[in-house]
Design a protein around this ligand. Structure first.
Ligand code: 5RP
Length: 222
């Protein structure tokens, strides 16, 4: 079993009959969605899935999960999602997959959030390895970029095939390279106070557990 699969399999053990489950985004969360689908088919579980992206919506349906709207099921029992960085306090950087806005909305509605990742995502401090993705509206995004630079980072407009990457919400992503992010809670709100910013990939105090897979097995951080 590869490491992502190990982490996902450990998290899926927490999925129970009758739950409303948040379906995360990214490669590790996608493995979890497939495993939930196996549980639905194999054990006949009645699960409602709330997607965090168009991709997780499509995958959830494809593997036989009944996909529903968060507005119709505003309390999510458990969300399983990936991360780009996990610090020792379980604070996260998310959004390299571009789904951070919906991921944060679903995490905020969830009683329990379990992060699934391999040990390459563990860091001593946020910003150690990954840039911080910030979703911004297209209008005047260069002005928003300048305001973000003033916080001491280097923002780069995310590109795909020579064109700006566009999120499921029709916005752009600025990947902001910080030397390190001390005080992630304050930084999360400072960034979100910049006009034009929709949200950023700092997830502070939102994860309850993380299943971190390494060649030695799965370590559960809480
Ligand atoms: C998407 C995310 C993903 O959860 C994150 O990028 C991790 O993805 P992967 O499991 O493919 O490494 O935040 O917006």
């Amino acid at each position: 079993m590869d490491l992502k699969e190990l982490a996902a399999a450990e998290a899926v053990k927490y999925v129970e009959d009758g739950m409303v489950v948040g379906l995360g985004s990214g490669s590790t969360a996608s493995i979890a969605i497939r495993l939930i689908g196996d549980k639905v088919k194999g054990e006949g579980l009645e699960i409602l899935g709330v997607p965090t992206s168009t991709a997780s919506d499509l995958l959830g349906r494809a593997v036989g999960i009944k996909v529903v709207d968060l507005d119709d099921h505003p309390t999510v029992d458990l969300t399983i999602d990936g991360a780009d960085e996990v610090d020792p306090k379980l604070n996260l950087i998310k959004g390299l997959g571009g789904a951070l806005v919906r991921e944060k909305i679903v995490a905020a509605a969830s009683s329990v959030v379990i992060i699934v990742a391999d040990d390459s995502k563990l860091v001593d401090y946020l910003g150690q390895k990954a840039p911080l993705p910030v979703e911004v509206v297209r209008f005047s995004h260069k002005t928003t970029t300048r305001r973000l630079s003033a916080l001491g980072c280097r923002p780069v407009l995310r590109m795909v095939d020579n064109a700006p990457f566009t999120t499921d919400n029709g916005n752009y992503i600025l990947d902001c390279r910080f030397a390190r992010i001390d005080g992630p809670a304050a930084m999360e709100s400072t960034i979100n106070n910049i006009p034009g910013v929709v949200d950023n990939g700092l997830f502070v105090g939102r994860a309850n557990k993380a299943m971190i897979a390494s060649k030695n097995g799965v370590r559960i951080m809480e």
